[in-house]
Ligand binder design. Structure first.
Ligand SMILES: [Zn+2]
Length: 368
């Protein structure tokens, strides 16, 4: 009898170990499905750009802008162009402000930009582009393009742009840059030449001495010395397409740029936002209450019942319900008190389906 008792204890201890081992495997699998980058990336992609609340604030970008301002100070230039987040690099015609692509202000969005386009500006490219746009900004701020000598050296500002994707032959009449942008238009020529002139240790006096572009650099050097302490004629207070006004999703942003991103949906194994949006509605309306509180209120019963009827462990159901709580909060979803019962039925059906998918296929979503 005594020995038997020991065996029973040993047996149950062994079973507990096995159960714990299996449950830890399950937990890892469920967590991997729910918390992977593919899911997070798709959630980010389905967010409206204006809802990211992006700011230049204290980002790395701010350090680059500060560096640009220091470079302008070193040249004694009083004018500092205002920088803001926009959908692309740019300085609107005639307005001395610099638009910087919003993705450079956020690590996750920058990672997505690199994954989708295969190209993300590094430090030296960002500094070059900031100097280039500053060239445009200074040109507009002091209306330099109206100067007779400017027109003689660079050409008329009214000249049409040359074909966008035309391949240019290297020419010593223009400063040498990666894209040879200077050849597109007099305004671009000025901005590119200005960028070379502003770059610390660019050694332009020596490097370009025998080039046709040298007289352009000399003109900029002379003009900037003259303008350095002057107040700009045109103030930069207008922002073209600021990030706060980009009220479309990041997904749309890439589609508009011609990128095919449907494949990314397949890697979003724990993406439920579309389903949750179908069940709930924006919390915004006065009578609505928070969907997050609603799920929390029923959390225990939902887990218990779905686990019972699907025959799946609670530890599989729980992370799904927790994920729904997190996402409804993030998406600011709510529901009308009159629809409480209907929402509960729909929510239970959704959780059950997701759990059943997992039981049969090891995945939550079956969109592939
Ligand atoms: Zn330009």
């Amino acid at each position: 009898m005594h020995r038997c008792g020991v065996n029973v204890i040993r047996g149950s201890f062994f079973l507990t170990l096995v159960r714990e081992f299996i449950s830890s495997i399950y937990m890892t699998k469920v967590k991997d499905l729910i918390e992977n980058w593919g899911t997070e990336r798709f959630e980010i992609l389905n967010t409206r750009i204006s809802d990211f609340n992006l700011r230049i604030g204290n980002t790395l970008l701010k350090k680059y802008i500060d560096r640009l301002y220091r470079e302008l100070n070193q040249k004694g230039i009083r004018f500092k162009p205002k920088c803001y987040l926009s959908n692309e690099w740019g300085c609107t015609d005639g307005v001395p402000t610099i638009g910087i692509p919003f993705y450079l202000s956020d690590e996750d969005i920058a990672a997505i930009e690199e994954e989708i386009t295969g190209d993300l500006e590094d430090e030296s490219e960002i500094m070059y582009l900031l100097r280039h746009e500053t060239g445009h900004a200074i040109n507009y701020a002091y209306r330099l393009y109206r100067d007779k000598e400017w027109r003689k050296i660079f050409g008329p500002i009214s000249k049409p742009y040359r074909e966008k994707y035309r391949k240019y032959r290297p020419s010593r009449r223009y400063v040498r840059t990666k894209d040879m942008n200077a050849q597109k238009h007099p305004d671009e020529d000025f901005a590119e030449t200005f960028a070379v002139w502003l770059t610390p240790k660019s050694n332009w006096q020596k490097k370009y001495r025998k080039w046709g572009a040298y007289k352009k650099l000399l003109y900029i050097d002379k003009t900037m010395k003259k303008m350095a302490k002057k107040r700009p004629i045109v103030k930069g207070d207008e922002f073209d397409r600021p990030v706060e006004e980009l009220d479309y999703t990041l997904l749309k942003y890439y589609q508009r740029r011609g990128y095919e991103i449907e494949d990314l949906r397949k890697e979003a194994h724990g993406y439920f936002d579309d389903d949750l949006i179908e069940i709930f509605e924006p919390v915004g309306k006065k009578e609505n209450f928070s969907a997050t509180k609603f799920i929390k209120k029923h959390q225990r019963k939902l887990i218990k019942n779905v686990s019972h009827w699907t025959g799946e462990w609670e530890l599989v159901v729980r992370p799904i319900v927790e994920k729904f709580i997190k996402r409804t909060k993030e998406l600011e979803l709510g529901l009308n008190p009159k629809k409480e019962l209907q929402s509960l039925v729909e929510l239970t059906a959704l959780i059950t389906t997701v759990v059943m998918n997992f039981s049969y296929t090891g995945r939550f979503t079956l969109s592939e």
